[in-house]
Design a protein around this ligand. Structure first.
Ligand SMILES: [Zn+2]
Ligand SMILES: [Zn+2]
Length: 340
């Protein structure tokens, strides 16, 4: 069994590389000319390791004849942290590990993805930055540029912020999914004239963002937010509602896909109705019927949350989805599939 993050088979020591075209992890056969042959299809093509293999532990491969130094995930980096600063290399490695998982899902969903290398104005780019004494780094998105404060890669610091902000969930992968949600609002809603449809679901995004932000930090979320939103932060502004819902959609498809690949199904002993049963043998990245995703997701999260509690851990998915929140997720599903 191989895992997404592996660069070596832990059983036989064979070197592994991830093929970004076919999204497969393959055994690698290093050639005398310095290129890498792969055993997974398509065979016959020559590959090289991503330029971040040694520094960031990237296990993705690059086509030898492409002229590129970096894989499709790493080439999105505009700024990486100063690796001469103690601890930054480890922080950056954690960021890249989460980013590869993000890019994998975007590719599985066949979403349009333009690197800033090809579109300087609006292509997707990442700045991984550290706070300076007089310039704190704000995590956020602006016209394709995603900025992440690398202190979020320190688990103690991230946990401190999670508690301070009263959040049930805070991870690097969650941050990346959220910020790329803002990018996809631009690409799939704004640039494809879907603003009216989006407003019907999330509200009017032309509302003043600065005022909304201030109101949110002064008053917090309305007490009944769980009746219509996936998270408290989603109540802040329609753009944040979209990005938070987008994040949950990626949580769902990635986790359902992993569960399916382990052959999991949920059939609790207590169930007297089918509501808590889930059959997971389908591809959530391809499934047209959104109801099938939700019908599998809710029983799966109930079961896995219970597993976590057995280990004394917090819930894997510490959220409850209301009907309006499920309708918002359905909108994201249709948007991703080009069906809005
Ligand atoms: Zn890479
Ligand atoms: Zn946001």
């Amino acid at each position: 069994m191989l895992h997404f993050e592996n660069s070596v088979c832990l059983r036989c020591g064979t070197r592994l590389g991830f093929l970004p075209d076919t999204l497969r992890l393959s055994a690698c056969d290093p050639q005398p000319d310095g290129t890498i042959a792969v055993t997974a299809a398509p065979q016959g093509s020559a590959w090289v390791a991503c330029g971040n293999a040694a520094s960031a532990g990237c296990n993705w491969l690059v086509r030898a004849d492409s002229g590129d130094s970096f894989c499709p995930a790493c080439e999105l980096n505009r700024t990486i942290p100063d690796l001469a600063v103690e601890g930054n290399e480890e922080r950056w490695r954690k960021m890249e590990e989460a980013k590869r998982r993000l890019i994998y899902a975007l590719k599985r969903l066949n979403l349009p993805l333009t690197s800033f290398q090809d579109d300087k104005e609006r292509g997707l780019a990442f700045d991984f930055l550290a706070d300076e004494p007089d310039a704190p780094v704000m995590t956020g998105h602006d016209d394709g540029l995603i900025t992440i404060n690398i202190s979020e890669a320190d688990s103690a610091e991230r946990e401190r912020r999670r508690v301070e902000l009263g959040e049930p969930y805070r991870t690097l992968l969650g941050h990346l999914r959220h910020e790329v949600g803002h990018y996809y609002w631009d690409v799939l809603v704004r640039d494809r004239n879907k603003i009216d449809a989006s407003r019907e679901i999330f509200g009017d995004e032309s509302a003043d963002y600065g005022e909304a932000l201030q109101r949110h930090y002064e008053n917090g979320a309305p007490p009944d937010w769980e009746n219509a939103y996936v998270s408290a932060y989603a109540t802040m502004h329609p753009w944040e509602d979209f990005a938070e819902t987008w994040t949950h959609y990626l949580h769902m498809v990635d986790t359902l896909d992993t569960a399916a690949s382990f052959g999991m199904e949920i059939d609790p002993h207590v169930a007297t109705t089918a509501e808590l049963n889930a059959e997971l043998a389908f591809d959530p990245y391809r499934e047209p019927d959104f109801k099938r995703l939700v019908d599998a997701w809710i029983p799966l999260t109930v079961a896995v949350n219970s597993l976590n509690r057995s280990m004394g851990q917090r819930d894997l998915y510490p959220f409850a989805l209301s009907t309006p929140a499920i309708n918002k997720l359905n909108f994201i599903h249709d948007l991703v599939r080009g069906a809005v």
